[in-house]
Design a protein around this ligand. Structure first.
Ligand code: FAD
Ligand code: FES
Length: 249
């Protein structure tokens, strides 16, 4: 983990639902693993003092790309920052997804939780991927095309049927379970709970990335505690990726 400066190379709105793509240049980039996140300074304006946790969507030797929704004070302030600006950033944070031992991987994402899943394909391009991506409606989809390009199957589901299948991603996963030897997921708690019900009793290793509210991002404030079979753990340090069998959702 390092605290460093990043230069904004791009910061643009990519959907009708206020989702932005930001590309940051970082000199002396540390080694990054799929599923890790960064604490990003949003400019210290409008009373925004804390950095905000944002997942790394993709990375190379000197840039990272993040997709983020301009929701509240911090992310809205970030969305107003211009190309060329320099911001403070702490990265990489958290444990990340470990895909080394698996060949056929299901990526199950809901809403903003879709964004970090692409980093698995980025880090391990040689695996067989099957993506199950769900959002409220078609306006929330930003990166389904790149999943389409890289995955053997990409199933899109929306609550209102405005894009892909109507329903929840987990409804469409059940009949394909035999194809996978691992499942990586990120999304809202109800989706993760439904996934847990689905995989309980199977032998498929299943890992979920949690997105609790965070203060520091590196283990000091305990804001991000979640319940596990071992007791409370910090999502920013022991997570954000947990074995679904060990986390209490
Ligand atoms: C490990 C991690 C990775 C994340 N990755 C991404 C990402 O890649 N892209 C992205 O758009 N967002 C991501 N988030 C959520 C993002 O951090 C929050 O949306 C952001 O901190 C909100 O800050 P704000 O100042 O804009 O909003 P605030 O003014 O602080 O809050 C506005 C609204 O956002 C909600 N909110 C705040 N924190 C979270 C959170 N952690 N999860 C869900 N809702 C929250 C609040 O409840 C409130 O309704 C991630 C969160 C975590 C913990
Ligand atoms: S956010 Fe401070 S301990 Fe996790």
């Amino acid at each position: 983990m390092i605290t460093t400066k990043a230069k904004i190379l791009l910061n643009i709105n990519v959907t009708a639902s206020n989702i932005y793509k930001i590309v940051l240049f970082i000199e002396g980039m540390p080694k990054i693993k799929a599923g890790q996140f960064a604490m990003v300074d949003c400019g210290k304006t409008d009373g925004v003092l804390l950095k905000r946790p944002l997942s790394i969507h993709s990375f190379d030797n000197d840039t990272i790309t993040i997709l983020y929704k301009a929701l509240g004070k911090g992310t809205k302030a970030l969305s107003r920052m211009q190309k060329g600006s320099i911001i403070d950033i702490i990265l990489p944070l958290g444990n990340g997804f470990e895909a080394r031992n698996y060949s056929n991987i299901a990526l199950v994402g809901g809403g903003l939780g879709i964004f970090p899943l692409y980093s698995v394909i980025n880090e391990y391009p040689q695996k067989n991927y099957y993506a199950y991506l769900g959002c409220k409606d078609k306006h929330d989809f930003v990166c389904n095309d790149i999943f389409n390009e890289k995955c053997r199957k990409t199933l899109i589901a929306t609550d209102d049927g405005s894009l892909g299948q109507k329903g929840l991603v987990t409804d469409f996963l059940a009949s394909d379970l035999k194809r996978f030897n691992a499942i990586f997921a990120c999304g809202p708690k109800p989706m993760l709970k439904a996934l847990k019900n689905l995989v309980v009793g199977t032998q498929i290793p299943t890992f979920v990335s949690l997105e609790e509210r965070m203060g520091c991002g590196f283990g000091a404030c305990l804001t991000c505690a979640c319940k596990t079979i071992r007791g409370k753990e910090r999502v920013c340090m022991e997570g954000p990726v947990f074995d679904i069998k060990e986390v209490i959702l």
